[in-house]
Design a protein around this ligand. Sequence first.
Ligand code: ATP
Length: 284
Amino acid sequence: MNAPRPGNGTPLLEVRDLVVHHGQLRALDRVSLRVFPGEVYAIIGANGAGKSTLLRTIAGLHHPTEGAILYDGKDMTKVRPERRATAGIAMVPEGRRLFGSLTVEENLQVGATYARKGPWTIERVYELFGWMSERRTQRTAQLSGGEQQSVAIGRALVANPRVLLLDELSLGLAPVVVQRIYAMLPQILATGLTVLLVEQDVSQALRVASHLQCLLEGHTTLEGRPSDVTPAQVEAAYFGLAPEGASSPLEEGARGPGGSGGTGSPPRSGGVTGGVGPQGEEDT
Ligand code: ATP
């Protein structure tokens, strides 16, 4: 999916110099991005990098201290979350946040409540996820993690968004399940959607993204097309290590991106593009 990036024209979604605080903590520090129609833009980064904060701020769930969010050329920075949703910004939140006591179909109906006009209906979601129709009357609490994730995606789709914000789809899921879920992405994109996703599973993000940005402690440490960045650059940006050719982060006084020496964590075996995945227990 490494198609050439549209250089001109209006981005569908733009974030300019976003600063977001959680109390005293500066969770995002002048983060900017431009997502063009039809792109899959991936935000990667370790725990606490600020990825969810970025997505949630775009959805209107956190208020930025500084900066702007533009959608289809319009300033949305102060627009309420519900109005952003009806304008076409939908989010699949981290941890799915389904109503566990409601059935699959009832959860999808919740997503369809204020739906825009468009190609996605509950029936269309059932076509996308072949198993779902038969289990439409089952409570979502009884589903596996991967099935719940699919319902959460379906719930966002039936709102017929133009931009889909996906917050760590891989969280807590086995790699094979993650791959199965991401395999749906081309069919979703084919209906004209644009995707901004957050992932800790870097290999997965690199596989699907047309553009990526790495965050570390609220700062942008890398931006580019996956085909234009090396695994070493991604690894350095992810962990806050000095870039290739610079002094080693282990040398006294050396500082990684962000000026703080980063997390100081050594790369795990296999390297960042070869195995950093979601934390916690795996589910199917
Ligand atoms: P993870 O993969 O662990 O979700 P992340 O990159 O999505 O990490 P965020 O969840 O955006 O990171 O968190 C960024 C920083 O802000 C972290 O230090 C986190 O502890 C803090 N933080 C996030 N949400 C809140 C909140 N509601 N109140 C206070 N601090 C918060």
